[in-house]
Design a binder for this molecule. Structure first.
Ligand code: ZN
Length: 251
């Protein structure tokens, strides 16, 4: 089974469309949340991911943008964008975002695989270092947990009590790239496909991944997109300029 992993689109339509055009063949989609928030195209992006379908997990920005939580835990720019998104979404799309299920989630065909936004125990937790990763890996018995939220592409493995991190390597940061890693049946993994709409790993290209279950592997992808249009839309919408500039910086 081939599962396409998409996460943290953040209402960036140009990045999403470039990824859709580059998707390899797949059997199922898993969307790890933060579909909206920050970017200027929340309705178009919601409608596009509804068409793609699959397994959904809500993100903290989806929750705030749907009005299910207030924005007091966000920095001022993120909070402004969440309130802007709440007002921009159509009633139907806002209701759809509000109904997104909280993670972690399973799919019946892959009982040892888990899908989460932050960590399996907390949708708001950032798995950014190995001690946090170890805590998450101890929390479940899943063989592979896919997560988002940090916007950083990569693999963290736990084998014989040792934690190790792998980051994809791409020779040219201006072009399309893919990087495949085979998974070891005796290692347990946390895998982040990266962010489609607002990468934070110093690489501006949109990120996603493909999981193959037999034999097990993950392929990471980076896709250039029309970042100028995405930036112009953010500025044109009256969203903070910082949200446009950070796209180019990949942070
Ligand atoms: Zn996010």
């Amino acid at each position: 089974m081939r599962v396409l992993l998409i996460s943290d689109i953040h209402a960036n339509l140009e990045a999403l469309e470039a990824c859709v055009a580059a998707f390899p063949a797949y059997d199922e989609v898993a969307n790890l949340g933060d579909i909206v928030g920050y970017g200027a195209s929340p309705n178009d992006v919601v409608e596009r991911v509804r068409d793609l379908g699959g397994i959904f997990v809500r993100g903290n920005h989806d929750r705030a943008s749907a009005g299910l939580s207030d924005v007091s835990e966000f920095n001022p720019i993120a909070g402004f964008a969440a309130v802007w998104t709440r007002n921009e979404l159509t009633a139907e799309n806002r209701a759809w975002v509000a109904d997104l299920p909280k993670g972690p989630r399973h799919c019946t065909e892959l009982p040892k695989v888990l899908f989460a936004h932050g960590s399996p125990q907390d949708e708001d937790e950032y798995i950014l270092n190995e001690p946090t990763a170890r805590g998450s890996l101890m929390h479940t018995d899943a063989h592979v947990t896919f997560f988002g939220h940090t916007h950083v592409q990569g693999v963290i493995g736990l084998n014989e009590n040792k934690v190790h991190t792998l980051r994809p390597e791409f020779p040219d940061k201006r072009k399309y790239g893919s990087w495949k890693v085979d998974l070891d049946p005796n290692t347990r993994y946390l895998v982040n496909p990266g962010s489609i709409g607002q990468p934070r790993d110093a690489d501006w290209r949109a990120a996603f991944a493909l999981y193959e279950s037999d034999p097990e592997s993950v392929t990471f992808f980076r896709v250039p997109y029309d970042i100028d249009v995405a930036q112009q839309r953010i500025i044109g919408a009256g969203l903070p300029e910082r949200l446009a500039f950070r796209l180019r910086e990949g942070r």
